[in-house]
Design a protein around this ligand. Sequence first.
Ligand code: FES
Length: 68
Amino acid sequence: MYVCICKKVTDSQIRRAVAEGGVYNMRTLRREVGGCDQCGKCAAEAKRILRSTLEESASFENCATASS
Ligand code: FES
């Protein structure tokens, strides 16, 4: 699904960028993925996806640490 229409950025691209470790806030998202810097209408949704993906990653890491 497109999150940023202006730059054609999808939710999958955002999640992948977070999972690969280079994106951890909106500034790094804009730098690495290249969206959310034109009209700004996508910023709230992009931030929501960014936060939820970061939380999922943290939960996964906590589970992995606890089980090892
Ligand atoms: S929809 Fe993302 S900057 Fe316009």
